[in-house]
Design a protein around this ligand. Structure first.
Ligand code: AHR
Length: 515
């Protein structure tokens, strides 16, 4: 058992309202995410459109607000017009070096988003594509009939605009792996001209573009095109399976938990440096702990290696805890992070594994479900003082607190990164020890390497129970994510007096919480 950790929740400030797009998703034409993932015509588990109904039901549990599509690297040589209308020509996808039947295109994506209750976020081809092709796609989706491309949409069965609110220019165009990679100078000009044309078709769209937490790339981009943008996209995978072909063990993986907040800070600094703070936000529109197995070089070897991304035993409590910490980092910086999309949502390293006979909810699925269903709408200031996790360079505890719209339900997230031992944590709210028994949802599983699979789908599932706080102290199980729901007014340590502790209409006096 490690030394005591202290979590202080401040009620001095009003909560920070965050965007629910932080619980967003990403799906790409890559290795059974679309075909054999969300879309499987002919399967007894699919509807008449080919959408897997078990996937739709699971996705709804995650209350997704937004899904990014169709890539990823896939998009950088994708021509959207080949994926609409009755005639679909299969194409050879030069990003992933496989055939794509093109039977899942814009209409299917919009329909699937409607089915799961999410808004579509289309990423455009800025690799081999042009500003004109990007803006034509906006025209196809969002303009009322009457123009060349909106008339084509009508001819394809959708007279009303599809109303795609989120768009992005390009994907990782800074990387030499990307088809049509650009220099930073080329990128700044292409984004400026593409954004101009896209906005002239529909001025209401929320527009993002490929950026990174790097001054040399993002500064010239924002200087040239910042006034046309709402968001800069950044991506993060911290366990680099393409270069180190083995999943990192628990401590290394959990030790990467501070990476996201460093990327957020670096990117926010660049946005601030060009005077766009408050105008341009961050979309962390691909994130996951693990990258993907894809040793470069020999095609057959690298394509076959992708199958190992589907190995469910890779996705353990380390993935769950990293994901919780990732979401905490975004929520704490909700002033600047406006969207985050787990990459992908289905198969490879996603939270949902889909196979011909059903689905497996991986550990990360349950974290996403807990966050989407239990958190309040505003983030409170929280400070954790915790010892360092041996050898991993991160604190033992990560914490977050939210409050709901009525300011009456406080939700505490407590992540215990200790792999084998429980941690004693003292929780103080407005300087007062939390005292009492509260509803809690805990995800831990039998051990730190536990995972779910076809033959053991419920090895790791959230447990509903109670958390007991005595004089502020609570015992957190090893490798766990706990979400505790505290209805105000709460009992507190007798004799405590804080005149200025306020949340909404509540205040703390010697008699307790009062309106
Ligand atoms: O998910 C695979 C790839 O990872 C995406 O296509 C790319 O954007 C990222 O590098």
């Amino acid at each position: 058992m490690s030394a005591k950790s202290i979590v202080d929740v401040s009620l001095a400030q009003p909560g920070l309202t965050y965007s629910r797009d932080l619980f967003g998703h990403f799906i790409e034409h890559f290795h059974r995410q679309i075909y054999g993932g969300i879309y499987e015509p002919g399967s007894p588990l699919s509807d008449e459109r080919g959408f897997r109904l078990d996937v739709i039901e699971a996705m709804r549990e995650l209350k997704p607000t937004v899904v990014r599509w169709p890539g990823g690297c896939f998009v950088s040589s994708y021509h959207w017009v080949d994926g609409v209308g009755p005639e679909r020509t299969p194409h050879y996808d030069k990003a992933w070096r496989v055939f794509d039947p093109n039977t899942f295109g814009t209409h299917e994506f919009i329909d699937w988003c409607e089915a799961i209750g999410a808004a579509p976020f289309i990423c455009t081809n800025a690799g081999t594509g042009t500003a004109e092709e990007m803006s034509d796609w906006v025209e196809y989706c969002n303009l009322p009939s009457g123009s060349r491309w909106s008339n084509l949409r009508e001819a394809n069965g959708r007279p009303d605009p599809l109303g795609v609110p989120f768009w992005s220019i390009g994907n990782e165009n800074y990387g030499d792996w990307e088809i049509g990679a650009k220099t930073s100078e080329e990128w700044a000009v292409l984004v400026r001209e593409s954004a101009k044309m896209m906005r002239r078709v529909d001025g209401s769209i929320k527009l993002a573009t490929a950026a990174r937490a790097d001054l040399d790339w993002t500064l010239p981009l924002l200087q040239a095109a910042g006034k046309y943008l709402d968001l800069v996209s950044i991506h993060g995978y911290w366990d680099k399976l393409d270069t180190v072909d083995e999943p990192s063990p628990y401590l290394t993986a959990v030790g990467a938990s501070l990476g996201p907040q460093e990327d957020i800070q670096r990117t926010a600094d660049i946005i601030g440096a060009v005077g766009l703070a408050g105008k341009v936000g961050i979309a962390f529109d691909e994130w996951n702990l693990r990258g993907w197995h894809h040793p470069w070089g020999n095609d057959e070897v690298s394509i076959a290696a992708r199958d190992r991304n589907d190995d469910n035993s890779t996705y353990t409590m380390a993935d769950a805890l990293f994901s919780a910490s990732f979401l905490n980092s975004c929520l704490r910086r909700a002033d600047v992070v406006k969207m985050a999309n787990i990459a992908p949502n289905v198969n490879t390293r996603g939270p949902l594994f889909v196979h011909p006979d059903g689905i497996v909810k991986r550990t990360t699925f349950h974290v996403m479900s807990m966050y989407a269903n239990l958190l309040g709408s505003k983030v409170l200031d929280t400070h954790a003082n915790a010892p360092e996790l041996g050898g991993a360079g991160v604190p033992v505890i990560d914490s977050l607190a939210t409050i709901d719209e009525s300011n009456s339900r406080l939700t505490l997230v407590l992540v215990n990164r200790e792999p084998e031992s429980s941690t004693t944590c003292e929780v103080r709210i407005a300087g007062h020890d939390l005292d009492g028994v509260f509803d809690a949802t805990v995800l831990d599983g039998p051990d730190k390497d536990a995972y779910n699979d076809i033959d053991r789908p419920d090895a790791v599932v959230p447990r509903k129970g109670k958390a007991q706080f005595k004089n502020g102290l609570v015992e957190l199980p090893p490798h766990s994510v706990s979400i505790v729901e505290v209805d105000l007014p709460i009992s507190y340590t007798a004799g405590a007096v804080v005149a200025d502790a306020r949340v909404g209409g509540w205040s703390l006096s010697p008699k307790g919480w009062e309106r």
